[in-house]
Design a protein around this ligand. Structure first.
Ligand code: GLN
Length: 499
């Protein structure tokens, strides 16, 4: 047993002492995650429209259901991360998650109208096992103090967005021009490619992602535990199905899970010293604010998706373009373009001693969010008599929202690992995703609040209702940004040596 441990330690050492800017394994994880996000964002861009047009849900209900689906996905990411830490390890979790996602997409492809909620439930559980664990594996390619880690995550974030861009654009395009069956199949094919890449390249990962129980308990016991997790996750699917198809249950679920996780962290805090505790409090403050950020940002798949469908002209920079393709793809395109520029900007500001600290960056994220929603609101002044407005202005708002995202999202991920003590890394990362879950849930509620209930509402009525909502979001985002900046000296104190 000792020899196995030594061999593993040596293999890990070899991976982590890579030369150059990136370890080669990062590219494999980049490609797997890129295709997983292709499938995920491809589907995300279709959900709300499919529910309104094919399942005949009202816009209000579609917004709520969209929020619930996304909320469950990110809650499952919390659960998937925990089970990987304790039993499966990252590799088996990713494999299992990928399989469930493929099953979900092809179930939808087979008969989206009849098997919609079943396909979605498979996808929810599958994403939960895949998404957090592939990110954690990226972190494992680096030694604790390796300064190249942030660049690695930056590249990985671009991979996420290349997948999101292609999937978001192509799936809705196929749905528009061919069929929903073909579009969901495309998502399934993307996921299969992602999983295939992972399976064929995982041997390069040395011991990274092995089961945490390996070398601790017998192989047959591990097999039993694994089977229990697989069976358990399959048993959860009907439960998720029930929750997703009944929004009232979603509410109860969301009321219980978050507070329970929060109380658990408070309990964990008592086993740490005062400084560690204060850092954890700072992390929780960031997590709390991120809930608001995602709640606004995630209008993208809900209300903005419907706004794009019905209220925008099909023309951007003189070219003919479907607004939903822009809605699903613009954010990712801007991330891919700006993410390297942001890296350089922070570096340049750092050299001039002008780089804002993390709290201020978070605050800036909200200020840009506020400007972006003000621009979404402002689209109403470009509308014609029929209620159609400018896709150019809408796209500009996406540019601004992306700047906000880059001030907050990649920074948030690395903050969690910096502020949490080693023993709580996985859990705090899980909490970060759980915050996304609450953001998504709130996004659905906010979107539903903006949707006009009146069946006879004209396009202009809808335009006014949505843009009015966006103006309110702009104000709330502004308040959150200003609050963070005012509170920044206090939060900085709680963070101690973390910048
Ligand atoms: N866009 C990023 C991704 O898909 C972040 C999503 C989130 O945390 N809500 O990974």
């Amino acid at each position: 047993m000792d020899t196995t441990n030594e061999i593993n330690a040596l293999a890990l050492e070899r991976i982590q002492s890579f030369k150059g800017k990136y370890p080669k394994q990062l590219w494999y994880l980049f490609l797997s995650e890129m295709w997983e996000r292709f499938a995920f964002y491809g589907m995300r861009g279709m959900l709300t429209i499919f529910m309104v047009e094919q399942l005949k849900l009202t816009e209000k209900d579609a917004n709520l259901k969209y929020g619930a689906i996304q909320a469950f996905i990110y809650t499952m990411a919390f659960v998937g991360g925990l089970f990987a830490d304790k039993i499966l390890g990252f590799r088996k979790s990713i494999f299992w998650g990928g399989l469930l996602m493929i099953a979900g997409s092809f179930t939808l492809a087979f008969s989206p109208q009849h098997l919609y909620y079943i396909g979605i439930s498979f996808t929810i559980v599958g994403t939960g096992f895949f998404k957090p664990n592939i990110s954690t594996m990226v972190g494992n390619l680096y030694k604790n103090d390796d300064p190249r880690r942030d660049a690695g995550f930056g590249l990985f974030y671009s991979g996420i967005n290349i997948g999101a861009l292609l999937g978001g654009y192509l799936c809705i395009n196929v749905a528009n021009h061919y069929s929903w069956n073909a579009a969901f199949s495309l998502a399934g094919i993307g996921m299969a490619i992602g999983l295939g890449i992972f399976i064929f390249t995982k041997r390069t990962l040395g011991p990274i992602g092995f089961s945490p129980l390996a070398n601790k308990v017998s192989l047959s016991k591990i097999r039993i535990y694994d089977l229990m997790v697989y069976a358990g996750s399959l048993l959860v699917i009907p439960f998720i199905l029930l929750l997703v198809s009944n929004t009232a249950y979603t509410d109860i679920f969301m009321y219980i899970v978050g507070p329970a996780a929060f109380i658990y962290i408070i309990y964990e805090m008592f086993s740490f010293n005062a400084i560690e505790r204060q850092k954890l409090i700072a992390a929780l403050i960031f997590i709390l604010f991120s809930v608001f950020f995602w709640a606004f940002f995630e209008q993208a798949g809900g209300s903005l998706s419907l706004f794009a469908r019905y209220n925008l002209r099909h023309e951007v920079l003189g070219m003919n373009m479907d607004p939903n393709e822009i809605n699903n793809a613009a954010n990712s395109l801007f991330v891919i373009l700006f993410s390297p520029l942001f890296g350089l900007l922070w570096l340049w500001m750092g050299k001039k001693k002008l780089e804002p600290n993390t709290v201020i960056k978070f605050g800036l994220g909200f200020l840009f969010l506020a400007i972006a929603f003000y621009v979404f609101y402002y689209t109403r002044f470009f509308a014609d008599a029929a209620g159609f407005t400018s896709l150019n202005v809408f796209t500009l708002a996406y540019l601004v929202i992306t700047v906000g995202e880059l001030c907050l999202s990649p920074i948030g991920l690395s903050l969690m690992t910096k502020l949490a003590p080693q023993k709580l890394h996985g859990m705090m990362m899980g909490m970060w995703f759980l915050a996304s879950a609450y953001g998504q849930y709130a996004a659905g509620i906010l979107g539903a609040g903006m949707a006009t209930v009146d069946d006879k509402a004209t396009l202009t009525d809808k335009l006014m209702a949505y843009t009015d909502g966006y103006k309110h979001l702009a104000i709330y985002a502004l308040v959150a940004g200003v609050a963070l900046i005012i509170l920044s000296p206090l939060i900085r104190k709680l963070m101690h040596d973390v910048l």
